[in-house]
Write a protein that binds this ligand. Structure first.
Ligand code: G3P
Ligand code: CA
Length: 226
């Protein structure tokens, strides 16, 4: 059965990557929540998509150049605050699995430490568009499941070479690239497929029929009956 991954929590219904968004995804019954991580100037892991804060908060500046205390003064939509990864783990542990996207250098080591400290290795998968970040975390914790995100046909045709070099546990293409042939080939390599940005019911149903293992969506209610 295809798993439903709430993108940035349940970002179609709540401000992305905030605690309210993760709580909403739990209430809806998602199988997993996706979230993005970056490092602050004082090396704290925060859950935030952009490198710069002005699109998603009332502040200005780069996450990597601000301390956690500075970031905590900012408001996201609905007056939500930027959460730390630890705060998200506290909300999600034993309730829902986490899919952590490494967005910046330095995150593999810091994220790995938090995973070990909270003893949630079996509740977590890791993604990134950067294969070197996946290699780094895989070297630290070889049992962690990692998947490479990609959005171009060029990477798609190269992916079979990367499967062993990272090594990858699953493949994570943009939904528009996925074909039945690709899914079958991934499965023949023993790799599952997570397709991202599945925000229309028709597209999701088509991917589910192709045998895609996990779909990432801003609108999980499209696929989960209340
Ligand atoms: O789950 C994949 C997806 O999150 C990648 O794109 O920009 O939303 O982080 P983005
Ligand atoms: Ca993401």
């Amino acid at each position: 059965m295809t798993k439903i991954v709430g993108h940035k929590g349940a970002s179609g219904y709540a401000p992305e990557n905030t605690l309210i968004s993760f709580r909403t995804a739990i209430t809806i019954g998602c199988n997993r929540v996706e979230l993005d991580v970056r490092l602050t100037k004082d090396k704290q892991v925060v859950v935030f998509h952009d490198d710069e804060v002005s699109k998603l908060t009332n502040g200005v500046g780069f996450v990597s150049e601000m301390t956690l205390a500075e970031l905590k003064k900012l408001d996201c939509e609905q007056d939500e605050k930027i959460p730390t990864l630890q705060e998200v783990i506290d909300v999600c542990k034993d309730k829902i699995d986490l899919q952590i996207e490494l967005k910046a250098d330095g995150t593999p080591e810091a994220v790995n430490e938090l995973i070990l400290k909270n003893d949630i290795q079996d509740q977590v998968v890791i993604t990134s568009f950067q294969d070197y970040l996946l290699k780094e975390i895989k070297q630290l914790s070889p049992n962690l499941k990692v998947g490479l995100l990609f959005k171009t046909n060029e990477v798609m045709s190269e992916i079979w070479n990367l499967v062993d070099s990272v090594p990858l546990d699953f493949l994570a293409p943009f939904s528009g690239l996925v074909t039945k042939e690709f899914v079958d080939k991934a499965h023949s390599f023993g790799k599952s497929v997570y397709a991202y940005r599945v925000n229309e019911k028709e597209l999701g149903d088509k991917l589910i029929k192709m045998g895609v293992d996990d779909i990432g969506t801003d609108f999980p209610k499209l696929f989960i009956k209340e």
